[in-house]
Design a protein around this ligand. Structure first.
Ligand code: ADE
Length: 422
């Protein structure tokens, strides 16, 4: 269809229909979530319960919301990042009967207001958080309601960092399942999901080559490992910066160069922060960078690359292309920041592939079920995903892929569990 004969086609575009198309597409590649949704629909484990989901509001997340709704829950959705929200997906979720409080490009005030409205739409029995914003809001401004909440799940490394800080201060007052720390989450989502989606977003936003360039990856946790591995696969020379000596050696043995950020600053064509820590790239690094260096962040918050220091270079930010801001110093050197320094894979791209979010969100769904089934029996602490859930999701994924694996015989099990040498 072209816009030349008349422009009526614009009116025909139905936002919710576009969002539904996206949701239908990803559902096809989420077999474990489909299985869980069907099971929830049959059993109605969440009948009459209120579930609040604060995540990146894109198509895969909608599948999680719809699965909870299928299980009988009244579902409210709100965003964990103002730039990752996809309005068409939100429209489709509203049409499907979910309550949604979010808007792409929300200001800081609107974003916070959406969180409050989502809580005021009905204090949840169960919630999912990504980065800890809802958890901290509940514990500060809505603490009188905490007693009635069965528990929550946290999606990401940064959120768990915040939860552990709360627990250390004796301030955590609901059971919180650390979904990020499940093997079926971090081994695939953090490593392969981030690895692919970060490069997908950077390449489609910049349309520049990666092969032959120098890529500096700050942080060699599971996400950093994925980003570095994929950069290598794309033909880049990869430098890793770390603060953990063990992880630095791991990166070295994986074939990467190890440097400080001060050493790496003059060399990098691309800089990608994946640390969960603030001020990883600051003014003194920027001063040493080459003209045209591209900066992107893949950590949860937009604090890893100092935006005040970029602005202090002189001119900028100047939006030169969607999701690319140029900053220029007095001598005309230009640095480019992608997606305003927010999670690049979700602000400049579509997030992790559906097959990966399939198991991450299956872990979320079954962890909510675990919280519900163990109501009143769990401590108000940061809790691991039970190994049985992790293993069950892996079994579902293997079955959906049509793979079989070997099983231990009784004798092998006995051997494995014995300590006496015969
Ligand atoms: N899509 C929805 N949530 C996501 C997340 N935490 N990371 C990447 N893609 C996502």
């Amino acid at each position: 269809m072209t816009a030349t004969n008349n422009s009526s086609w614009i009116k025909d575009i139905n936002l919710a229909a576009l969002g539904k198309e996206k949701i239908d597409w990803v559902w096809q590649s989420m077999p474990v979530m489909r299985m869980i949704a069907e099971d929830f629909e049959r059993r109605q484990p969440f009948a009459g319960m209120k579930v609040l989901i604060c995540l990146h509001l894109e198509a895969k997340t909608a599948c999680l919301g719809l699965a909870m709704q299928a299980g009988g829950a009244v579902v409210t959705m709100t965003a964990s990042n103002p730039l990752s929200t996809q309005d068409d997906v939100c429209a489709a979720m509203v049409k499907a009967g979910l309550k949604v409080f979010a808007r792409h490009g929300a200001s800081a005030e609107e974003y916070a207001q959406c969180h409050r409205l989502a809580l005021e739409a009905g204090i949840p029995d169960l919630f999912i958080d990504d980065g800890g914003d809802i958890t901290t809001l509940l514990h500060s401004q809505y603490s009188c309601h905490l007693e009635g909440i069965l528990g929550g799940c946290e999606e990401t490394t940064t959120g768990i960092q915040r939860l552990r800080a709360m627990a250390k201060d004796g301030a955590l007052n609901v059971p919180m399942v650390a979904v990020n720390d499940a093997r079926m989450k971090y081994l695939f989502d953090n490593r392969y999901g981030t690895g692919q989606s970060v490069w997908d977003a950077i390449m489609s936003t910049t349309n520049l080559v990666v092969a032959g360039k120098t890529v500096v990856v700050a942080g060699y946790g599971w996400c950093g490992k994925g980003v570095a591995l994929r950069a290598k696969g794309l033909g880049a020379k990869v430098v890793v910066t770390e603060i953990d000596p063990v992880k630095a050696i791991e990166a070295w043995m994986d074939g990467f160069q190890i440097m400080t950020m001060d050493q790496a600053a003059p060399l990098g064509d691309y800089f990608i922060t994946v640390t969960g820590i603030s001020d990883v790239i600051v003014g003194r690094h920027m001063a040493k960078m080459k003209d045209g260096a591209i900066l992107a962040n893949a950590g949860h918050f937009d604090v890893e690359i100092s935006k005040p220091d970029l602005a202090a270079l002189g001119q900028g930010p100047r939006r030169i292309k969607p999701n690319i801001d140029q900053y220029e110093d007095q001598k005309g050197k230009r640095l480019y920041l992608l997606g305003e320094g927010r999670l690049v894979n979700l602000t400049c791209g579509l997030g992790h592939p559906a097959e990966v979010m399939d198991t991450s969100f299956a872990t979320q769904a079954l962890s909510l079920l675990y919280l519900k089934e163990n109501q009143g029996r769990l401590p108000k602490a940061v809790l691991p995903v039970p190994a049985a859930i992790d293993n069950q999701i892996a079994e579902y994924k293997l079955a959906a892929a049509g793979f079989s694996i070997d099983r231990l015989t009784k004798e092998q099990k006995e051997y494995q569990e014995s300590w006496v040498v015969e």
